[in-house]
Design a protein around this ligand. Structure first.
Ligand code: GP9
Ligand code: MN
Length: 685
């Protein structure tokens, strides 16, 4: 910018100044945005700053290739566009706790939701985002004034189109482009080369500044982030705002315009046929069909609530005394499996409400929130006039819930901002208060209602404050499993209080209550489980421990209580609830079973529970795939003797399991339900 020359003293490179001003201004805006993000409690560190600067260089390097005047205009336009983007993100974040994404921009409803509150989301301090415009205007006016030409002569710092200008010693002394040449053609050609190389240099610098730190992050704490992409805010933490938008746009293009693998017409027919047959198997006009039509439905998805500790004690204390007590008047499915993948909580939520498998990578809620699914809240609303609400006392944007819940048809989603944080615990609000406050809402709801609740207090790493620890974990004290059991004990107490609350409000005998765990607790140390259970465990035992979650189903009249040992899984929840409510699920694109349908002769088809890993069981056989995923290298068990058998008896259900996972993936990624529905309405394929 300032160069000491032999005969002229300091010379001011105006073009470089303009560019650096642009970079500094946008950087300042990114810092302002970051300081407004309440989900992040730390300032940007050095690497974050480098990423921010690098990404500004990457969006603007090409301006070096333009002639001076064009470059100034381009930088001005870029500044305005980026300012609008940053401001829009800021306002959107204040409401949704998330950043704008392409699917959100394409979803008109999202903007509608901001509605009248938009004025409240704009703060006076946001004017800092255009402080650079004011500074620029002042500098420009000041220069005109010091030159005293009243602006008659074209200023050499006119907006962003300045070629260059000198400092005190050389005002108006010609061009000071990075490379200075003699005259005429040589000079023009040299300037073009100068611009070309400057642009390339800035691009390379931007690339290094951006990708170096991102690479460092993704090889350390953010490992696997881009494969899982569970939260836009965590992506932002790695990539910065501009990087996030680049990633989001390319993700969208890849998933939507690039058109994943096409599903041929023949495959589509086969898929429809598969769903037709599965639907037929769910039809059962038995005494339970419609027996509880019109009841409220409360589904509680409990964080990391596993099956192995149900009914167990430590010392003389039961781990889950309330759950155990409820078992006496409820249906307890003792071989119920979570079927989640990388999307964890969101997968359990998706599978339980849509009766489809989650995806092999990432979360459906994040990747395909706008695709069509047959979802429980939507069905209950449209088929039976229910009000549907979701409750989860965490940031509404986590797992893209703000968008997904809207798409699922919920009337309202009560997220962290709707709860009073009167019992801070772990990530957010303690489950006891969460249940209490959610119940307050339900008590006001016009019946029938469907309420879906996700608990949080038993989230990894399970360390609860001493004030709420009520379990003496004995030998396990100080271990992660001990902490886990402690947390589960707290959640169980919260469940007990919730049930009491339902009784107090007169809702207990008008409500179907389902309670299940979302997924495992990520503790894989076999020795710890052996210590807790007091016996040695086989590979099969461990596999079941890590994949089974309990399902407790309480019916309004407390009938049909007992232990149900048939294998079942999260995909079965929606069709099973629909059966109780008297809604046939055969016309829906659901994969799960109706747990109240009588088991036919084709056991593999009727009761097959397929896990996302490709493991499965039909109650007789149990198959665990090998690391290389080759069928022959997997292990097939005969469940009667819990012994391994030759792998061959597992082949047929394995093929069916693979088929189901493939069909589910195709339905989700290619939005086949929307296609099928259009075809049904006579729109040609
Ligand atoms: C947070 C909760 C936790 O909202 O869903 O998610 P998890 O880490 O278990 O997927
Ligand atoms: Mn979870």
């Amino acid at each position: 910018m300032l160069r000491l020359t032999a005969n002229r003293g300091f010379r001011f490179n105006g073009r470089l100044f303009v560019y650096l001003f642009f970079v500094a201004a946008i950087f300042m805006k990114l810092v302002i945005l970051h300081r407004n993000l309440h989900a992040l409690y730390i300032d940007m560190n050095l690497l974050d700053n480098l990423i921010a600067i690098g990404s500004i260089l990457l969006v603007s390097f090409w301006t070096f290739w333009l002639p001076s005047r064009g470059r100034g205009i381009a930088l001005g336009v870029l500044n305005v566009l980026l300012t609008v983007l940053i401001f829009a993100d800021l306002v959107y974040y204040r409401y949704f706790g998330d950043f704008l994404t392409v699917p959100v921009l394409l979803q008109a409803g999202q903007v509608g939701e901001l509605g009248g509150s938009i004025r409240e989301l704009i703060h006076l301090a946001d004017l800092w985002l255009i402080a650079d415009w004011v500074v620029w205007a002042v500098v420009k006016l000041g220069l005109r004034w010091t030159r005293g030409d009243g602006g008659r002569r074209r200023t050499q710092l006119s907006g962003y189109d300045s070629r260059s200008f000198s400092g005190h010693s050389g005002l108006g002394s010609g061009s000071f482009s990075p490379v200075s040449f003699g005259s005429g053609g040589r000079r023009a050609g040299g300037r073009r080369f100068g611009r070309l190389f400057s642009g390339i240099g800035v691009f390379l610098l931007g690339f290094a500044l951006t990708m170096g730190p991102i690479r460092f992050y993704t090889q350390t704490w953010a490992m696997g982030l881009f494969e899982n992409n569970w939260w836009n805010v965590s992506l932002y933490n790695v990539t910065g705002l501009l990087g996030f938008h680049y990633y989001d746009a390319s993700r969208y293009l890849k998933e939507h315009l690039g058109g994943g693998p096409k599903v041929s017409a023949q495959e589509q027919d086969e898929i429809r046929q598969w769903f037709d047959e599965a639907g037929q198997r769910r039809i059962a006009d038995n005494e339970l069909f419609g027996a509880y039509a019109g009841s409220n439905v409360i589904v509680i998805q409990a964080e990391a609530f596993m099956n192995f500790m149900i009914g167990k004690s430590i010392g003389a204390q039961e781990i889950t005394p309330n759950f155990n007590k409820l078992m006496g008047e409820s249906l307890y499915f003792s071989n119920y499996y979570h079927q989640t993948g990388q999307g964890r909580t969101s997968d359990a939520d998706f599978s339980s409400n849509s009766s489809l498998h989650p995806l092999p990578t990432g979360s459906v809620a994040v990747r395909y929130p706008t695709h069509t699914f047959d979802m429980l809240p939507q069905i209950l609303k449209t088929q039976a006039g229910y009000t549907a609400d979701a409750f989860h006392a965490y940031e509404g944007s986590f797992w893209n819930r703000n968008n997904m819940y809207q798409a699922m048809g919920y009337d309202r989603f009560y997220s962290k901002k709707d709860f009073q944080l009167d019992e801070p615990l772990g990530w957010s609000l303690g489950d006891k208060s969460f249940f209490r406050q959610s119940l307050d809402v339900m008590a006001q709801e016009k019946p029938p209602f469907y309420s879906f609740l996700i608990t949080l207090s038993s989230h990894h790493p399970y360390t609860l404050p001493a004030s709420v620890q009520e379990l003496d974990t004995g030998e396990l004290k100080g271990t992660i499993l001990g902490d886990y059991l402690q947390a589960v004990h707290y959640v169980d107490a919260a469940l007990g209080e919730f049930v009491e609350g339902l009784k107090r409000e007169g809702l207990w005998d008008q409500t179907i209550l389902a309670f299940y765990g979302d997924h495992d607790n990520s503790i894989t140390d076999k020795a710890m489980y052996e210590q807790f259970l007091g016996k040695s465990l086989s590979d099969l035992d461990m596999h079941q421990i890590l994949n089974q979650v309990p399902l407790l189903l309480h019916l309004p009249d407390s009938q049909h209580a007992g232990v149900y040992e048939e294998p079942a899984g999260q995909l079965d929840l929606a069709p099973t609830l629909l059966h109780l409510l008297g809604i046939h699920s055969d016309s829906y694109y659901m994969m799960g079973h109706n747990l109240f349908a009588d088991t036919g002769t084709d056991r593999a088809a009727d009761r097959l529970v397929v896990l996302r890993s490709g493991a499965f069981t039909d109650g007789e056989r149990y198959y665990i795939p090998s690391a290389d995923n080759l069928f022959a290298n997997g292990t097939c068990y005969n469940l009667a003797g819990r012994k391994t058998t030759a792998v061959e008896p597992c082949r047929a259900p394995h093929e069916e399991a693979m088929k189901r996972l493939r069909i589910s993936d195709q339905v989700i990624t290619s939005d086949l339900i929307a296609t099928f529905r259009k075809e049904d309405q006579g729109v040609a394929r």
